[in-house]
Design a protein around this ligand. Sequence first.
Ligand SMILES: NC(=O)c1ccc[n+]([C@@H]2O[C@H](COP(=O)([O-])OP(=O)(O)OC[C@H]3O[C@@H](n4cnc5c(N)ncnc54)[C@H](OP(=O)(O)O)[C@@H]3O)[C@@H](O)[C@H]2O)c1
Length: 180
Amino acid sequence: MIEIVNVNKKWGIGLGGDLLINIPGDMKFFRETTKDAVVIMGSTTLDSFPGMAPLKNRTNIVLIDDENKIRPEALAAAKADKEAGLLTELIYVRSLSEAVLAGQDYEKKGRKVFVIGGATVYRIMLPYCDTCMVTVNDCEKEADTYYPDLETSPEWEMTEQGPENEWNGVKYKFTTWKRI
Ligand SMILES: NC(=O)c1ccc[n+]([C@@H]2O[C@H](COP(=O)([O-])OP(=O)(O)OC[C@H]3O[C@@H](n4cnc5c(N)ncnc54)[C@H](OP(=O)(O)O)[C@@H]3O)[C@@H](O)[C@H]2O)c1
């Protein structure tokens, strides 16, 4: 499984429940990379999407502790997509082991599986992933939520990095990390 994340140079990923920064070029990369794939996320991340709607044409696996947090809006959006002929699916899982088994099962069936956040789900799913696609930006905002620092981890090495891009004065580049 692959984690896909946008971090600043201190591995900050969020502030006050939102993304630290929203870079259109990175959003496009995210949409293209995860197109038709399986995406695994925490319930907070699903809640942060517009209309709490799952990502279209993807199999959305959502980790949830508390069944009361299943959102009727999310179920209705998934149903409406299906009725419109889209391939959107929404599946709730109740534990880390269920999420891992579901992800591994989809991989066996040939689907790409991406872990898309947030902080909690990145951290608990990381041991089950062999690749991280990390967009690094130089936004200086102080974050309150962080991704594990792969640079100081003996288990990870950067295997690819793209050229530097710039948007609104913020520099960013796409990098790939592999488990050693
Ligand atoms: N920079 C990026 O690329 C990126 C991407 C995504 C998110 N983010 C940021 O990450 C932050 C949100 O992170 P977060 O940690 O608060 O939220 P999260 O990981 O999206 O969701 C946490 C929720 O997932 C459920 N959950 C987690 N572990 C579970 C387990 N083992 N079993 C069952 N359910 C489990 C729980 O749901 P319930 O309590 O609801 O039951 C928990 O409250 C935001 O600031 C967001 O903007 C950044």
